[in-house]
Design a protein around this ligand. Structure first.
Ligand code: SAM
Length: 469
């Protein structure tokens, strides 16, 4: 990468959206500039001093004209908090660019020619779709230039509760209204902040590693049950009990009120003892008559309504017969496995996180499902010939790996398996396309269905059906 004196490009026409949701601008003499915050159709003036692999990384100085697909963002924190970066793009245009990216990756990285692309499945709600939000307390919230002046005059509140400012680990953007989680998520967060300020409870100091209030997690279900977990740094029982009691009285929707005391350097919950202050230690999500217990540490798809649509499409693609033996690779808490179980002879799920497998087994028992079996292990070691001997050869394999895709050994095992069909679910169509390219001599890659789980972001889920040649 070369760093030079800033150059001004004018005019720059924004023509497309590239990987990771960045806008692509072009000058009249054909130079390519990647931009944040632009929409295809905008015409802008840009400054840039960084060129990498033949393309500039630019900063917009001025808009000459705006694209017809541009709209006003719904959120007052847009552009500051770092989330929901596509709010300024009309939702139908968001869908179009997501579908285009998937098709581009499968055609160019996967070199797939005869694949059919189904229309992208839009999310039932553009906003308020997330079932899990995590906020941080900070005694040094991020301030605008005007606020810095006020702070110098000593009149501004410096405590904040919200999201970490991107690339500033110690600064938190104080969030008043977030458009991602249903009510009363905002009221709960704002109540806790107001209570803490009124009662002079200390907000965490990330540099000095001290303070009382550290993080807040809010989870909810489609039926409106809420879980609230407050992570404290100081173990101060009287203050803690009064705060939690007030919260319990004010919000009857909170069915699970939890806390933990975390005095480690980082604020991850996974190695923490979670204590139930009132209610149950979990909330329960219901989908198609199945019940899924969600505790503070459980993985669950973050858009429940669209997860249901995703799982139903996966099952359509799998076209299961009552006699089919199914493997569900990267099963997490076994949600896909349980969705398939009533439509086939048996399902075997594999997953590397032991707690997720415990939850999967518990969910199977709770739902009276006795034809699901689960194993813990790293996929490349666990999904081997001995596994196939133990469980019997699969007719259909469903695979839903993390963003990095599948290890080449897992791809080889899929090729050598006896499965006549594979349904490949992915949240990263670039790594999915890479893996499909390795499988296309053995499988016909028949169809692809993009599913929008995350409106206002560039992220998209994609399902692909492979049939053995
Ligand atoms: C995209 S999630 C799939 C979750 C699940 N299918 C669902 O819909 O809830 C990927 C899962 O793969 C698991 N995982 C990641 N790497 C793994 C590996 N090497 N071996 C086995 N499981 C792995 C993760 O823990 C995670 O649960």
């Amino acid at each position: 990468m070369s760093k030079k004196k800033p150059k001004i490009f004018d005019p720059v026409r924004v023509v497309d959206i590239a990987a990771k949701g960045q806008a692509v601008g072009k000058t009249d003499d054909g130079q390519v500039i990647f931009l944040e915050g632009a929409v295809p159709g905008d015409v802008v003036q840009v400054q840039s001093s960084r060129k990498r692999k033949g393309a500039w990384q630019g900063r917009i100085l001025k808009y000459h004209s705006y694209a017809p697909e541009r709209r006003d963002p719904a959120c007052e924190h847009f552009g500051v908090c770092g989330g929901c970066k596509w709010q300024h793009l009309d939702y139908s245009a968001q869908l179009q660019y997501k579908a285009k990216e998937v098709e581009h990756n499968l055609r160019h990285i996967g070199k797939l020619e005869n694949i059919s692309f189904e229309d992208i499945l839009q999310a039932p709600s553009e906003y308020f779709y997330r079932n899990k939000m995590e906020f941080s307390f900070s005694n040094q919230r991020w301030l605008t230039a005007a606020e810095i002046q006020q702070a110098e005059d000593g009149v501004l509140e410096k405590n904040g509760l919200g999201f970490h400012k991107p690339r500033m680990w110690d600064k938190v953007v104080d969030i008043q209204t977030c458009h991602l989680q249903a009510d009363p998520s905002n009221e709960i967060r704002n109540f806790i902040r107001a209570y803490a300020l009124e009662h002079q409870l200390s907000f965490f100091d990330p540099r000095a590693q001290k303070g009382f209030l550290r993080t807040l997690m809010i989870r909810n279900t489609l039926e409106g049950a809420f879980m609230v977990l407050i992570q404290f740094y100081d173990d101060h029982k009287p203050q803690r009990d009064l705060l939690l009691k007030s919260l319990e009285e004010r919000f009857p929707q909170i069915q699970s009120l939890l806390y933990c005391i975390n005095q480690k350097a980082n604020d991850t919950l996974y190695d923490q003892e979670i204590i139930c202050f009132s209610g149950k230690p979990y909330i329960t999500e219901h989908m198609e008559g199945l019940a899924f217990k969600i505790n503070a540490k459980s993985f669950f798809q973050t858009n429940s309504a669209q997860a249901l649509a995703l799982y139903q499409r996966v099952r359509d693609f799998a076209g299961l017969q009552a006699t089919d033996r199914v493997y569900d690779l990267y099963t997490g808490t076994g949600t896909i496995a349980l969705f398939m179980a009533r439509h086939c002879q048996k399902v075997v799920g594999i997953e590397s996180v032991p707690e997720a497998i415990e939850a999967a087994q518990e969910n199977a028992v709770e739902n009276g499902i006795d034809n699901c079996f689960f194993e813990v292990g790293d996929m490349k070691d666990c999904f081997n010939d001995a596994f196939i001997d133990r469980h019997g050869a699969a007719d259909v394999i469903i695979t839903d790996p993390p963003r990095s895709g599948m290890h080449p050994d897992v791809v080889q095992q899929l090729i050598q398996s006896s499965a006549s069909k594979i349904v490949y679910v992915s949240c990263n169509s670039a790594t999915q396309a890479r893996d499909l390219a390795l499988m296309k001599d053995s499988f016909e890659v028949v169809k692809s269905q993009a599913v929008d789980m995350f409106p206002q972001t560039h992220h998209v889920e994609n399902i692909v059906l492979l049939i053995r040649k």
